[in-house]
Design a protein around this ligand. Structure first.
Ligand code: G3P
Length: 217
């Protein structure tokens, strides 16, 4: 399973990238706003650092302007994936940009039928939002499962990019189901390393190191 980092914070991407944890990056208008950076400048920096796909989202809602924005975004670097919302106009933009040979990430997916239609429109990635479904007492993981089944039934190549990941269990469940990619905030990716028994075991080892005055260097 590929790991994308869901942020526009350069330092956080760099830290994970140095550990080989970054297969790609996803951004959206909220994350660009949070970074306080110009979208073109920050996206260019991210693309230079990361070799995998970097999603940059359009701002328009009509297909024609989305296509124009997408064509500008792909000039930033070869690894740009144009992110479009899952609307009828977004699907039109997806089809045109993907026919032009560009990667397209269709975002704000909340149903399996939306995912089906995005695949038919040539999406490279479909981004179902798990956490936001959980927020309204629906089952985000059930959506990932349904999309996996449908894509496998018909051999769609669109990659399932599990998004709006809030917890380590979202990561684990996505991996169990067979999502192709998860995109998660840096803090969630880093917390995958945590386990209380690791902390407890290490504390015991440190006590024994001290008691026995064990030295290596
Ligand atoms: O990848 C989509 C993500 O940024 C949305 O996450 O936590 O705002 O629902 P969240």
């Amino acid at each position: 399973m590929k790991f994308f980092v869901d942020t526009a914070e350069i330092d956080a991407i760099a830290e994970l990238n140095d550990l080989g944890m970054v297969d790609g990056v996803t951004t959206n208008p909220s994350l660009i706003k949070k970074s306080g950076r110009d979208i073109i400048e920050v996206t260019k920096e991210i693309c230079a650092m990361v070799s995998g796909p970097v999603s940059a989202e359009v701002t328009a809602t009509d297909a024609e302007t989305m296509i124009a924005e997408g064509r500008k975004l792909v000039e930033i670097a070869e690894n740009i994936a144009v992110k479009v919302p899952l609307t009828w106009d977004g699907l039109k933009a997806c089809k045109t940009l993907s026919d032009d040979g560009h990667m397209v990430n269709v975002t704000l997916c909340f149903s399996a039928n939306q995912a089906l239609i995005a695949a038919k429109a040539g999406a490279t990635f479909i981004s179902p939002f798990i956490g936001r479904l959980d927020d309204i007492n629906l089952d985000g993981m059930e959506l990932i499962e349904d999309i996996r089944t449908i894509y496998d039934n018909y051999g769609f190549n669109t990659e399932i990019l599990a998004a709006s990941i809030r917890t380590v269990n979202h990561v684990l469940d996505s991996a169990r189901i067979g999502a192709d990619v998860i995109t998660a905030p840096p803090a969630v990716i880093k917390s995958l390393a945590n386990h209380p028994l690791t902390d407890k075991g290490l504390a015991t080892f440190l006590d024994d190191i001290k008691a026995a005055d064990i030295k290596i260097l």
